[in-house]
Design a protein around this ligand. Sequence first.
Ligand code: SF4
Length: 625
Amino acid sequence: MSLPEAQASDLARRVQADFAAESRLASAFPGYVHRAGQVALATEIAGAVDTGKILLAEAETGIGKTLAYLVPALRFGGKTLISTHTRALQDQLMHRDIPAVMRALDTRRHVALLKGRANYLCPFRLKRHMALPRMEAGQRRWLGLVMDWSHKSRDGDLAGLPFDAFENGIGGMVTATAEQCVGNRCPDWNDCPLMQARARAQEADIVVSNHSLLLADAALKAGEFGEVLPLFDAHVIDEVHSLPALACQHFGAQMSRLRLIQWLNDMQAELEALGDEHTLKVEVLRLGRMLIDAWPQQSIQALVGSWQPLCDLAASRSDRSEAMTRLGERAAQIAGDLEAIDSPPEGHVAWTEGEGEAKRHVLAPVETGPVLATHLWTRPASFALLSATLRVSGSFAYAQERLGLPDADTSHHPSPFDYRRQALTYIPRGLPDARSPEGVSRLLEAIVTLLEASRGRAFVLFTSYQMLRRIAPELEARLPWRVLTQGQSGSRDAILEAFREDTHSVLCGTRSFWEGVDVPGETLSLVIIDKIPFAPPNDPLLAARVRRCEEQGGNGFRDIQMPEAIAVLRQGVGRLIRKQEDRGVIALLDSRIYGKFYGREIVRNLPAAPVTAAISDVQAFFDGA
Ligand code: SF4
């Protein structure tokens, strides 16, 4: 669905005019600077939207990517989806950027925000749980507070609650997963906040949503179960580098103890509601207990067998109520997933991860390109796919393969920042492997020395939880500044807020802090990375990808492990310089850079800052600040 040609060229011209130095946009944003890269990107996006094409664009930090896609999206006459990976960016677009750009352009478009299911109250499940005769007093009190709030809430978005439902153990009771939702058979359908949000999205010109929902929608449409999102004329997918990893989840299957417990709880609640199925209730309880107790040691083959009696029991009562029909369907879906994990279909790999109660069985497609190509890019619509980091060693080939877009138009917009002046890269020589006996202590000393030079104001990004747990407490004991540690100092958002407020604080985190984090200014003056982020070679998905690559004549290290590590590294170092006036140091504490054949390639993918192995240069950099 593309606009007629005449209108199409109008759109590109219009967008260029919007970015002109004397435009309304320029006068509406104080400090607006005409940036050729930003205008070029906005024009390309308008072109892709006009012609129904797919554009894959890398817009490095500082280009002003958000404005570059919002202007064409707001000027376009068709229905547009803007999808992001992080919730923070979704909220920022909805509540800050889109209203500001609409005001600046003096245009009005109908915009709706659509989040994932877990963000909306499910009145059906809330009432169900309130009616249960047995429940902990604390949980009943929280549910009562949600009920009171639901009478006042306009949109049922749980972000409006004065507390976190999930942290207080009732999130699963007041929301519905896709499996738990009874859909149009629901008695609360007309008052359902999720269905109302979807209806608003149907009516809107622009929908702001996230990748998980986009992929869930694509997976559902593939299975012909129903629609989550409306159809769009144009898609703007920001943070697109994260799409392949998410596609592995949405086009695979996961089996956890919690998923079984949720089904068993819902089954018990429905049998309770039916009131006359006492014998069945006792039997479900007995079989369910056996299943849950055996979870830590039971193999996937054994699970397939022990699930079947529960599946049969649910099927035998599926005509008793709408909810029982749905429970029967869910049980069959679980049985299907268990069988697929036990014997993976062609092109998929299955593995078990975690231990004890946290053990999970996972199924994922080995290659994401064909999946995305089949389920997303065949849609009759345009796609502008954007990220600050797509290229590896100057090439889009790896991203194109992962996304399934070998022939897409590509473009690169380099950062306007002057990394030679604004930044320094420090890579020490002679650090031993962190797994060696002296490795951890030498790494710790190197980090302390750096943090003393920068007086805190740093992210310390680890490639493993294990190293985070060993180093972070030591830093806390030795440094005079506040140390915020992932998993210990509150939620991700709370940690970031505390970091922003306390200029000299130090944030220690793993992968979730490598991307989607924006902390401009002096509070983030140093990014330390403990080592090159190669995925562990025993990662089953990576091993399957490497195997497949080598079967086809490729080289697993060169074609998969290296580009994967470089993509993650580029995200991590990208946290440092966010504005023209920012200054700082990137410290990559991995001496393999000097001794291994791939070292030069890694450095080539770092920002164009001077590289030093001398700590005195780092000290001089900060002393001169
Ligand atoms: S339609 Fe689904 S999400 Fe909405 S109230 Fe009913 S069960 Fe809950």
